[in-house]
Design a protein around this ligand. Structure first.
Ligand code: 13P
Ligand code: SF4
Length: 337
């Protein structure tokens, strides 16, 4: 092994890959890829954004920006590079393209969708608007560009509560889509009636709908003092039992500022892997599920996208759709800050 490769293997190990169970041969294979990737990024004037649910080798071996949906949208909005390669799912890459119409945006896994984004069409949003005239329509960022284009404001798990509170100051009724459980969780947090004050859609996240509230009770008995953190897409029954409810960025901040014998992250497994690498001194109890879409991106597909992207990996949003969706995203930045 040459010294450059050895240093890269050590860097990946220190980032937590060794303690996550990656063997020496695997680390050596990944290090060779990440070194090539680093050189290609410079040549291609590209930056790589990775959601925290991505595979550890993608996060630590490729990414310039790491974070939740809100942070990544903001990071991409201010980027100077010519190209953005998005390691995540389609709605995230579309958001990057909407905010950077002049840049080339690529999604290494073009088939990486999201059950929430697929749960509602733009025609269904138009129908909701006709049924609730005058009510602002707020969409979760987990939506297609066409759906965002029909909405007044976008929110993410990091700012939904703050933005809805602000909008409720001027409106009696708000339409929130597409995540039903997140809508119900927000309504109970804000003391608003579902239907009369907060109209919700019927979308579900196929990952978070699988967590069961009754096992949370069992974990509390088994691990005294455990802090249970639930993503806001979890069921209202489960959220009621959690110590913290929010998005992945909020969960990381909560772990950093608290001290507990154990933490349980009720969300996609990638967050636990990331948190273990960032805070090796803390103890995490696994209770996670894999998102099949988030795990579609591999280090070699990122490399291939940088070397010779396939047409399907190029993200395009029609200019008239992008212009409308951008307004809803800008409203989010305005109300969230
Ligand atoms: P965050 O913005 O909280 O990272 O959530 C993204 C997501 O897809 C959750 O399932
Ligand atoms: Fe969509 Fe759920 Fe996967 Fe997030 S975890 S990308 S909400 S399917």
């Amino acid at each position: 092994m040459n010294s450059e490769l050895e240093e890269e293997v050590d860097r990946l190990s220190e980032k937590g890959l060794l303690s996550l169970g990656y063997g020496e041969a695997e680390l050596e294979r990944l290090a060779a890829l990440t070194l090539r990737l680093g050189r290609l990024k410079k040549e291609r004037q590209a930056v790589i954004a990775a959601h925290v649910y991505q595979r550890p080798e993608v996060i630590h071996g490729a990414a310039d920006f790491i974070g939740d949906s809100y942070k990544l949208a903001k990071d991409c909005a201010g980027v100077a590079a010519r190209r953005i390669v998005f390691c995540g799912v389609r709605f995230m890459a579309e958001t990057a393209k909407i905010l950077n119409p002049e840049k080339e945006v690529f999604l290494p896994a073009p088939e990486a969708g999201c059950s929430l984004a697929e749960s509602i069409s733009s025609a269904e949003v138009r129908r909701l608007k006709a049924e609730h005239p005058g009510a602002p329509v707020v969409c979760y960022i987990n939506t297609t560009a066409e759906v965002k284009a029909e909405c007044d404001c976008v929110v993410t798990s990091a700012n939904a509560s703050k933005i809805l509170k602000r909008l409720f100051a001027g409106h009696k009724k708000i339409v929130f889509l597409p995540d039903e459980w997140m809508g119900r969780n927000l309504a109970s947090e804000l003391g608003r009636k579902i239907g009369r004050e907060l109209v919700v859609w019927k979308g579900r996240c196929i990952v978070h709908e699988n967590f069961d509230a009754s096992s949370v009770r069992l974990y509390r008995r088994t691990y005294p003092g455990v802090k249970i953190l639930a993503h806001a897409e979890c069921s209202p029954a489960l959220v009621k039992l959690a110590d913290f409810v929010g998005g992945t960025g909020g969960m990381m901040r909560y772990i950093r500022r608290t001290s507990a014998p154990h933490y349980m992250l009720v969300t996609e497994c990638g967050l636990g892997d990331y948190a273990r690498g960032e805070m090796p001194e803390k103890a995490f109890i696994p209770m996670c599920r894999l998102c099949p879409y988030m795990k579609m991106t591999s280090l070699s597909s990122v490399l291939q996208t940088l070397e010779a992207p396939r047409p399907a990996q190029r993200v395009e949003v029609k200019p008239e759709i992008a212009a409308k969706a951008r307004k809803a995203l800008e409203r989010m930045f305005e109300l969230a800050e």
